[in-house]
Design a protein around this ligand. Sequence first.
Ligand code: C2E
Ligand code: CA
Ligand code: CA
Length: 658
Amino acid sequence: MVDILSTQVALLLFESIFCFLSAILCAMKSSRDKQAKIVVTDLSIMAGFLLLSDFLFYICQGRTSGVATVVMQIANITLFLLCDLFLIGILTDFSIVLFGGFSLKKDQPCRWRSILIVLLSTGGMAMVVISQFTGLYYTIDETNTYHRGKFFPLSVAFPILGMLLLLSILLQHRNKTTKYRFLVLLSFIVLPVAGFLVQYFFYGFAYMDIGIALAVNIIFIENIIYQNQQIRIAERTDIRTGLANEHSCIEWIRARKAKKEILDYAAIYFDISRFSSINRKYGANTGNRVLAIFAGSFSKELAPDEFLGHQRGDQFIAIVHKKNIDTILKKLSDLRVEFTDDTGKDCDVHLSVKAGIYEIENAEVSSEDVINYAAAALDHASHSASDHPVVYMTKDLMDTIEEKIRFEKKIRKALEKGEFLPYYQPKVNSRTGELCGAEALARWQHKGELIRPGEFIQVMERNESICDLDMYMLHRVCEDISKWMKDGLTIPPVSINFSRRNLADPDLAEKIDRAVTESGIPKNLIEIELTETVDEFPLSVMKAFVDELHKRGFCSSIDDFGSANSSMAVLREISFDTVKIDKGFIDHDQNKDLTILDHIIKMALSIGLRIVAEGVEQEAQVKKLQSFGAEVIQGYYYDRPMPEEKMRERLKDPHYDK
Ligand code: C2E
Ligand code: CA
Ligand code: CA
C-alpha cells in the first residue's frame, strides 16, 4: 500500500525539480520580452524553493535528530515567507502582461492596489519573522512535530487578501489581454487559493503548494507558447507597416490553394510612384508613417477574404478576387493620404501606383511564382517604354521574361568564363593626325560570334553585373597596356567605361586604384568614363567619386555629353578633365544644334576641359568641329574599335595621314 505521506513527499520533490528546471530553461531561452522572462524565472525559482521546503518539512517531521530540527525550522520559515513573497511576484507578472511593466510610480495603473499588495507582502513576511520568536503562527515541539498557533489564520489572511486585490486588478483589466492569457493569469490566483482553503480545513496534505506549483507550471508553459506565437507573428509581419510580409503572403496563397479557391484570385503587385520624393521631402520616418497609413486605409477597401501584404520599400502585393481588379485599380489610381509631418503639421499627398497583375489560371502554380509573376509584370510596367501604369502578365510576356532570365544567366556565366574582351577605338588629334588616346569597349566572344555591347550592357545594368564587367575590363586593359609597355611601345591614355551603377560602391576609387597599382602601369594611362546621373544618385556622389579619382592620380571624362540627360551644372560642379560630345549632337547638322554645340565647346574650353568628339564619320564633321575648337576625334572617320593585336600595330604606327 502506498501511504499518503510518501505520495505527498514524492509529488513535492517531483514538482520542485520541475520548477527548478523550468527556471533554468526560461533563463536560458533568448527572449525579446526581458521583463516577462525575469518574472517567470523568478516565480519558478520561488515555487521550486517552496516545494523543496515543504518536501524537507515532511521528511523531517517527527524525526528527532539535531539536523532534522534545523532543517525543519528553516524549511518552515522559508515556506511561510515565500507564500507572502509570491504576492509581489504575481503582481509583477500581472503588471507586465496587462500594463507592459511594473512600477509603483504615479503613472502605474492600479497604483494604490499595487502598493497595498506590496505592503501586505512585506507585512506578512515581517509577521512570519515575529512569529518565530512568539509562536504566533506555529510551534515545533521537541519531537519535531508541527502545531498551528492561535494566530495561524492571520498567516492565511495576508496572502488571501493580497490575492483578492490581485483578482480585482485582473478582472478590471481583463480586456487588456487575450481570453487565453486571462485564464492563465486567473489560474495563478484560483489554484493556490483553492489549495490554501482546502488545506486550511483539511490539514495534512500540501494542497496549497501543489496549487502554486501547478500555476507556475501553467505560466511557464503558456509563456513558451506565447513567445513562440510572438516570434511567428513577427516573422509574418512587416515592422514598418504592421502588414503581412512576403512569408505570410506565401502562406495565405498556400491556404487558398489547399481550399481549391485559388483560381478565383489575381495578384496585384504594385509600387507607389515617386515615393522617394516623399521620403526626401518629409524624411524617412514620416515616409514610413505615410506607407503605414496608406496600407491601413487601402486594406479597408479589400474584402475580408482578400489579402494585402508589404513587400519591400514602397512595394505591396494584394491578392484579390478577379472580379474586383478594376475597382481596386481605380482606387489605387488616386489615393489621398493625410498625415502629420515631423513638426506636427497636417499634410496630405495623393498617391498613385504602377501595378503588375497576374491572374491565376493554373492551380498548380507555386505561391512564390504567383508573387514572382506579378512582380515581373510590375517590373515590365516600370521599365517598358510605354508609360501605361498597369501591365498584365500574359503568356507572351512570361516567355519574354523567361528568355531574359536565361540570357542573364548566360551573361553571368560568360563573365565567370572570361568570354569578354576589350576592343580599342583610337582617339586622334585631327590637326596633327597623331593618335592621342583610345577607348576600351567591351565585346563578348560567344560561340565564335562577337557580340556588341548593345545586346548585353542594358541587361547587365539591370542586374548590376555591369560592375563586375567594368572591373574585369579594367583588369584586361591593364594587362594589355603592360604587355605593350614591355614591347617598348609609346602608349596614350586609355579610357574605360564605368557604369553609373558602380557609384553605389563607396570604395570604387580605391578598388580602381588597387587594380591599376597591382598591374604596375602608370596611373596616367587610365582614364575613367562616366555618364551623367540625374536619376539615381545625387550629383554629390559622382562629385565625391571624381574628386577621389583625382586625388589618386586618375583622369576622368564625362561620356555622352549633349545626350538626353546632360546639364551644364555637371560641368560646373564636377571636376572632370574631359567632355565627350555625344554622337547624336555631331550627327545633327541643323543650325540650332550647331549653335548649341559651339556654345558647349567654348564653355568647356573656357573652364579648362579637354574635348573629345565621338562618332565622327565624315570629313565635313571634322572640319566643323575644328572650327569650333574641338580637335580630338573618336570615330569611324579614323578607326573602328579593334582587337588588341590590331591596336598594338596601330601603336607602332601612331600617325594618320587623313
Ligand atoms: P560609348 O561609351 O558612347 O561608346 C561609343 C560607341 O560608339 C561604341 O559603340 C563605338 O563603337 C561607337 N562608335 C564610335 N565611333 C562611331 C562612329 O563613327 N559611328 C558610329 N555609328 N558609332 C561609333 P559600342 O562599342 O557598341 O558601345 C556602345 C556602348 O556600350 C558604349 O557607348 C558604352 O556606353 C557601352 N559600353 C561598351 N563597353 C563598355 C564597358 O566595358 N562598360 C560599360 N559600362 N559600358 C560599356
Ligand atoms: Ca564611353
Ligand atoms: Ca559615349
